[in-house]
Ligand binder design. Sequence first.
Ligand code: BG6
Ligand code: MG
Length: 222
Amino acid sequence: MQGILFDVDGILTDTAKFHFAAWSRLAQEKLQVELPVEFESNLKGVSRVDSLVRIMEYAGITDQYSLGQITALANEKNAYYVQAISQLTKADILPGIVAFLQELKEHDIPCAVASASKNAPLILKNLGLNSYFAVIADPAQVKHGKPAPDLFLAAAQKLQVPIQECVGIEDAVAGVAAIKAAGAVAVAVGDKIELQAADRVVSTTADLNYTSVNEAFRQSSS
Ligand code: BG6
Ligand code: MG
């Protein structure tokens, strides 16, 4: 194991609630649609515009909006979301994450950010975690979002580590699919059934540590 590729939303901090609140407000105010709570997990790992398209498909209104209108709506949602995440601090880092990053640093394992979010740099800054990450893959520079492998491949390339030597850490079904499609080992945080495509699933971020992630790597790549 020579590199770790981290998802951000749901791994470093819990932003799904902010994404969902912003989408719910936009859907209600601009699309006259109520989103059911189950929709939250449907949007995990999915890019901003793809999330809006999923919401429009749910509402059955996909063909009523031009590309320009879709972009404007997505920007509006982002303004609500950025306002919410501007309040994030170190206290919002999920359990066990700092200890895990510290362990990786001690073992000289470089870390990359492989988040679908264009707001990932702002989130890292607010959480005070920048110094733990050697590189950030830019989601604006890749052709296909998760579940396509592009972001994880770009992250490994930027890290200059072969993808087969990397472990990706994810909480979303789309993200696990992306890690596997890229050819890295997938460690997922969350529900064992939902995330069964991963090589290892742990229940919470507090269960992430060097020994268990390295063991998952060795078992899966042998
Ligand atoms: C992912 C989130 O990390 O980033 C998704 O899980 C989100 O819910 C996506 O839609 C894009 O984020 P942003 O901040 O660029 O709108
Ligand atoms: Mg995530």
